[in-house]
Ligand binder design. Structure first.
Ligand SMILES: Nc1ncnc2c1ncn2[C@@H]1O[C@H](COP(=O)(O)OP(=O)(O)O)[C@@H](O)[C@H]1O
Ligand SMILES: [Mg+2]
Length: 241
């Protein structure tokens, strides 16, 4: 039985191999509409690979991915983004030599609005993540945490229904972590769904409605925060090595 009666994303039996290495092994999970789902696991567990399969950067070897009833297997990353899935990267993809305004305008280049309208949208996006004062600065001047915020703003520009966040707190100072956490919760309030990948259990426990634990590519358990926190399999996966 599934934990959610209204899944916006269904991943079923997903397998991704790199040569003989099975990075994702029969992974099955669901994201409920309007919820935050945490995906945890130690380094190398397969979290980013699973995310890359959902986003179309990698082609899954087996399995099914459905978003809002639509099959995503075989679609390009661009088509998947257009369908309503936004994503951030573990290592932020900042355009270092472009201003923050231009960084946000890149994903909107095909839109019908005038340039002035797009600039206004980009400025509003920067204000949302407290980066408006730096709008004419170049991407290379941002700290790691500020780059994570910029990615979040950039993803929001496309008005996604589901956002895949890969390690949004990694290398981010506590103040910016709080800002990112608040932003995620605000977006959830607005109806956006999240798949949140992190090895940082504190943030995951704070934010998640439901959690899946990945170990060597397999989902070894799932449940609410209280279930996962006390599950011996999770403790073993994290500490037992
Ligand atoms: N592009 C790739 N080519 C070959 N192996 C990869 C590639 N990406 C990931 N892997 C392997 O897949 C496994 C899972 O990696 P990854 O998904 O990055 O884990 P996580 O994000 O949980 O730290 C690891 O063994 C890793 O070495
Ligand atoms: Mg990763």
């Amino acid at each position: 039985m599934s934990w959610t009666s209204d899944p916006i994303l269904v991943v079923d039996g997903l397998v991704k191999r790199f040569g003989g290495n099975v990075a994702v092994n029969q992974a099955t999970l669901e994201v409920g509409r309007g919820t935050i789902v945490g995906l945890i696991g130690i380094n190398g567990a397969g979290k980013s690979t699973l995310m890359n399969c959902i986003a179309g950067m990698y082609r899954a070897d087996e399995g099914r991915v459905e978003f809002d009833g639509q099959n995503l297997i075989g679609l390009t990353p661009h088509e998947i983004a257009a369908a309503g899935i936004g994503r951030t990267f573990q290592v932020p993809r900042t355009f270092e030599r472009l201003t923050l305004i231009d960084n946000l305008m890149i994903p909107m280049l095909n839109r019908p609005e005038s340039e002035d309208e797009l600039i206004a949208l980009a400025e509003a996006g920067l204000a949302e993540v407290n980066l408006h004062d730096l709008k004419m600065n170049n991407g290379e001047e941002l700290s790691g945490g500020q780059q994570k915020l910029l990615e979040l703003a950039r993803v929001m520009m496309l008005e996604p229904k589901l956002i895949l966040l890969d390690e949004p707190f990694a290398g981010v100072n506590p103040t910016l972590c709080t800002l990112i956490t608040d932003k995620i919760l605000q977006m959830k309030e607005a109806g956006i769904s999240f798949l949140l990948v992190s090895h940082d259990l504190t943030s995951i426990y704070r934010l998640s409605d439901h959690i899946y634990v990945l170990n060597q590519g397999e989902v070894i358990c799932e449940g609410g925060v209280d279930d996962i926190r006390d599950d011996p399999k999770v403790v073993e996966a994290y500490l037992g090595g």
